[in-house]
Design a protein around this ligand. Structure first.
Ligand SMILES: [Zn+2]
Length: 107
């Protein structure tokens, strides 16, 4: 199975509700729910992502990955620094998510 197939398989299972960390690419599901189950996106959101992925709608895929990443970072901050998380920091977290995305090699 080539890499692309393993990603397609991972997305298919993820839409069905089974979040599996991709052992070939060592990548999380788009919403990171394989490693952080509480981050699992709604089924309608997962279906929307899968549709964009299938249609190679990279604009939507990137936007959604950005959204999932922001959620993950917000969750991390809420868990680790709950006393410091105020509005200003949330804006900072979103900025950080954007910067991280810019550096991330999206395919
Ligand atoms: Zn994972």
């Amino acid at each position: 199975m080539n890499i692309k197939d393993t990603v397609n398989q991972q997305i298919k299972k993820w839409v069905e509700g089974e979040s599996i960390h991709n052992p070939v690419t060592d990548e999380c599901t788009p919403d990171y729910s394989c490693c952080k189950p509480n981050l699992q996106a709604e089924k309608s959101v997962r279906m929307r992502y899968a549709k964009a992925w299938e249609e190679k709608d990279n604009g939507t895929v990137d936007k959604m990955l950005e959204m999932f990443l922001a959620e993950a970072i917000n969750d991390f901050c809420k868990t680790n620094f709950p006393e410091n998380l105020e509005l200003g920091e949330i804006a900072f977290v979103e900025l950080t998510a954007q910067e991280a995305l810019n550096k991330k090699d999206l395919h």
